[in-house]
Design a protein around this ligand. Structure first.
Ligand code: DOR
Length: 431
């Protein structure tokens, strides 16, 4: 089958492509890219024959997005999400590859679990799934998992995400291994002795609501420790879900010194503050917690100056009944795959990022950090492409999510910019 994507605005930061053109797809691969520099919105009479023509006039055509931080919950928590439903939510959100965190049951701390995830995602998944292996057995923070064996089985990074590695010696060894095997260690930076029992950001609001707070230092102290360990070992360190102004500053300074460090933040950390928790809204309960306006501004600066390399969702679906619990006992997490692009495009609409810089943080940068193929539109590569209607306004409706997790604080928000077509290995999904 031959597919023609016609007259779109092709934006591929990896190749510095930013102009109008056509893309021809055949046999699951990109066969040809015809660039038309200098053109605006003229429509061309069709002279290329194709089985399917997608009119992309006035739409943005970008590489399939890569989300380097999601929770697919399988094996073990299929009532929250499965590989099938989570990867379908990814496709709907414009992602053609996701990296799944190891806090499943059993934990992905052994090559047999990695093998299961890869096999299941090939059988049932809608997009590519790259497993992230646990740093320590059972994510207990004590004994290192078999990092080399798991890498050979397909793990692209290692993290105890959901929990920190509190033991500094264990973290140091993990970074040494990471260097040997050339894989990044993703740090869930949280000092449990400071965050213990906390359920939201520590501040006036937590006092007013009578909830125990998690101070920004809980994140910053661990980032600082991990920077020192990355510096002494030379191991690749990636900081997950950056939420505070102080964290941005620490990462910026470390980068200046040449530390082997990269970082990500998530749409909720630049879109909403702790105020979203008011009324004990469990859909705004997330770890690390939503912070303040001041933190949002610093995160935007960090995105703009390149301190923060990646935007990932930390898609953390939970069952509706779990989120109906009292705030203190409800689980942390936001279902993020289906709102990410719309929230991220706000950064472009507000002038925080150029379109190119945004797409870079959702395609080529995660691909580079993890050593993945993809995140580009290149002749001969698999056809993983997203078409976005940038002017389309729509209301977020959690009940319409294809993810099992309807837990979002963005329900009812109006967003602009919708992925209307995701092409994964030549298969077309249109909305
Ligand atoms: O809010 C969160 N939810 N943060 C994490 O680190 C883990 C995640 C989960 O697994 O639900």
């Amino acid at each position: 089958m031959k597919i023609l994507i016609k007259d779109g605005h092709i934006l591929d930061p990896s190749q510095n492509i930013d102009c109008r053109g056509d893309i021809i797809i055949e046999d699951l691969k990109i066969q040809e890219i015809i660039l038309k520099p200098g053109e605006q919105h003229q429509r061309h009479k069709e002279n290329i024959r194709a089985d399917k023509i997608i009119d992309a006039n006035r739409h943005l055509v970008i590489p399939g997005l890569i989300d380097m931080h999601v929770h697919l919950r399988e094996p073990g928590f299929e009532y929250k999400e499965t590989i099938k439903t989570g990867t379908f939510a990814a496709i709907k959100g414009g992602f053609t590859a996701v990296c799944c965190m190891p806090n499943t049951n059993p934990v992905n701390d052994h090559e047999s679990v990695t093998e299961f995830i890869i096999r299941k995602s090939k059988q049932e998944g809608f997009c590519t799934v790259y497993p992230v292996g646990a740093i320590t057995k059972g994510q207990k923070g004590e004994e290192l998992a078999e990092i080399g064996t798991m890498k050979n089985e397909g793990c692209v990074a290692f993290s105890d995400d959901g929990r920190p590695v509190m033991n500094s010696t264990v973290m140091k060894r993990a970074l040494e291994y990471a260097k040997t095997f050339n894989v990044p260690i993703i740090s869930h930076s949280e000092d449990l002795t400071l965050s213990e029992g906390g359920v939201m950001n520590e501040g006036l609001l937590s006092v007013k609501l009578g909830l125990r707070g998690i101070p920004p230092e809980a994140e910053q102290i661990m980032i600082f420790r991990d920077i020192l360990l990355a510096e002494s070992t030379g191991g690749g360190l990636h900081i997950a879900h950056v939420s505070t102004a102080g964290s941005v500053k620490l990462i910026r300074e470390a980068k200046k010194r040449g530390v082997n460090i990269t970082a990500e933040t998530c749409p909720h950390y630049f879109s909403i503050t702790e105020d979203a928790v008011e009324g004990y809204n469990t859909n705004a309960k997330v770890n690390p917690p939503l912070r303040t306006f001041y933190d949002i501004e610093a995160i935007k600066e960090g995105l703009a100056d390149g301190t923060i390399d990646v935007i990932a969702t930390d898609h953390a679906p939970h069952h509706v009944d779990e989120k109906l619990n009292p705030f203190d006992s409800a689980p942390f997490g936001i279902s993020g795959l289906e709102t990410a692009l719309g929230l991220c495009l706000k950064l472009v609409q507000e002038g925080v990022l150029t379109k190119k810089a945004l797409i870079e943080k959702m395609t080529v940068n995660p691909a580079k950090i993890l050593g993945l193929n993809g995140g580009n539109i290149k002749t001969g590569s698999l056809a993983n492409i997203v078409i976005i209607d940038e002017s389309k306004e729509y209301k977020v409706k959690a009940e319409d999510f294809v993810s099992k997790g309807k837990n979002t604080p963005f329900d009812g928000w109006t967003l602009r910019g919708l992925p209307i077509c995701t092409i994964y290995k030549g298969i077309i999904y249109e909305w």
